[in-house]
Design a binder for this molecule. Structure first.
Ligand code: NAG
Ligand code: NAG
Ligand code: NAG
Ligand code: NAG
Ligand code: NAG
Ligand code: NAG
Length: 283
């Protein structure tokens, strides 16, 4: 952690006695509905900042019928309302959510919004499977980088898996605050200026050194750019602050970011995703 960057990494230990189960192709964690398939039990110990929580037993149901068909374009589809299999976790049962996202606790009267499921046009997605995900992430790091949208994705993923670093899996799920991806004066994860913005369009090294070696990187940056049509920024000389059209500034920043991706990412070993056009979420 430096003064400007808060590198958020939470460690939770998750000892698992499931060696035989792990070789199976498809394993499903059924938290709510149990089927009469093979049942296995998973002992879970959470350890957040040294505060050990009570161990819990999660039932595991094995099923092999839920695999995404090859060639299915999962990015084209629609949201469908599904109250039989969603939500995948309950707000009150996940201790990792920050106040900003605990809508029910903050007084939202309905819970309708929790039941949207993504439905690709070409295939059915298998139900989210925490153990399968951890098997994929064995000895790997998955990192979300960006603003509060990404923080939400990170926290949601952690709630789905309910643990971050697993002893058996050695899997790591991380979050890194960088609202513009490139460096800016708003880079402290919790104490940052919101209205006053200044972006260093050609500088990413301070952040990117923390991204090095992550196996799966999910980037996102949008809302922070859209505050005004212009944004104060530097390019080249750090002393030459001037107003840029946001589209120009965003393009230059993306080029800086993409240049890092091109030179430092090995596409055979690492995966990079980029999400854009996120909604505002201030209310
Ligand atoms: C939990 O965390 C504390 C402090 O980080 C550590 O001393 C302890 O060994 C951990 N417990 C387990 C079960 O990993
Ligand atoms: C799902 O919604 C339907 C219609 O709104 C309702 O009849 C049904 O009881 C709901 N099921 C569950 C499990 O909440
Ligand atoms: C655990 O995972 C990290 C990557 O997150 C890797 O560098 C390390 O070698 C792994 N440890 C073992 C014992 O495989
Ligand atoms: C937040 O940052 C400002 C400017 O760097 C500093 O003056 C202030 O003490 C910080 N506040 C906290 C709570 O750390
Ligand atoms: C740029 O910074 C100057 C000086 O702080 C300020 O007056 C101006 O409003 C800023 N421009 C934008 C687009 O925020
Ligand atoms: C900024 O955008 C305005 C309005 O679209 C345009 O007239 C102007 O030429 C742009 N300036 C630069 C430096 O691109």
């Amino acid at each position: 952690m430096t003064q400007t960057i808060q590198y958020r990494r939470i460690h939770i230990i998750f000892p698992v006695a499931l060696a035989s189960l792990l070789v199976l192709g498809a394993v499903r964690v059924a938290l709510d509905s149990l089927k009469n398939n093979e049942l296995h039990f998973l002992w879970q110990f959470n350890n957040v900042s040294g505060n050990r929580m009570r161990p819990r037993i999660l039932p595991i149901v094995v099923s092999e019928d839920e695999i995404i068909p090859d060639g299915c374009n999962v990015f084209e589809g629609k949201w469908v309302w599904d109250n039989s299999s969603y939500p995948l976790y309950r707000e009150e049962s996940c201790p990792y959510l920050v106040k900003q996202v605990t809508c029910l606790k903050n007084g939202r009267p309905d819970s309708f919004y929790q039941n949207w499921r993504w439905q690709p046009n070409e295939c059915k997605l298998p139900r989210f499977d925490a153990l399968k995900l951890l098997e994929i992430l064995r000895n790997k790091r998955l990192m979300f980088v960006g603003d509060s949208i990404q923080r939400g994705m990170f926290e949601s993923m952690v709630c789905l898996v309910h643990s971050i670093r697993f002893q058996e899996f050695n899997a790591s799920i991380e979050y890194y605050w960088a609202p513009f991806l490139v460096e800016s004066i708003s880079d402290h994860a919790t104490n940052h200026t919101v209205l006053k913005r200044m972006v260093k369009l050609d500088s990413v090294a301070k952040h990117s050194k923390e991204w090095e070696g992550a196996d799966i990187l999910v980037f996102e940056s949008y809302v922070w750019w859209m505050h005004k049509p212009q944004i104060n920024a530097t390019f080249g000389s750090p002393d030459n602050v001037r107003e840029y059209n946001v589209t120009t500034a965003y393009k230059l920043a993306m080029e800086t970011w993409a240049n890092w991706i091109e030179t430092r990412i090995n596409p055979l070993k690492q995966k990079v995703f980029f999400a854009t056009m996120s909604p505002t979420h201030l209310w």
